[in-house]
Design a protein. Sequence first.
Length: 219
Amino acid sequence: MFGGFDYAVLERALPLLWQGMLFTLQLTGLAICGGVFFGTLLALMRLSPFRPVSFFAASYVNFFRSLPLILVIFWFYFLVPKMLGWPIGGFYSVLIAFVMFEAAYYCEIIRAGIQSVTRAQVHAGSALGLTYGQTMRLIILPQAFRNMLPVLLTQSIIMFQDTSLVYVVGLKDFLTTADLIANRDNRPVELFIFAAVVYFVLCLIGSTSARRLQRTYAI
């Protein structure tokens, strides 16, 4: 099978593959930042004693977690621009879709992390004269993020893999670029094996880091 493996094809394809990987990493990084930010807000809303606020956050989370990501991408690429009356652009469409979709998952992770911090910490903040917001920002959230960092990293790895779905709207991520080059040069074996190795190595590094963090914080 590997007797006719053409390494020169990979060498010629590296510049284009690198551009595709930069797109994948850029989308992943921005989606993680946006997802964690809005996920934190949603988690605080879910824990709010004000029922309408917690109900809205719970409805948002349940709604997006009940949908396939590819459908959400279609919505923001095809339907939302028509509703708004102006184009959003391919990259920003999928970025918004990823942020809103992943925020629902990050919300549940962050909510569990906040609830893992004992109520005594809240009472300690009140005893020091801190407001609820100051207690959350200075005491609860730092400890919560420390507890949930391995799970956040695992979810980020899943999202990195999910970025390959942008092919449905014609954007050229790493996997789509490999597919285009494979069809152009008629060398699918070399390109898809290389893509699989790259995904495996990057995800293995992330998974190993998550396990190390989990062991460290467990201690």
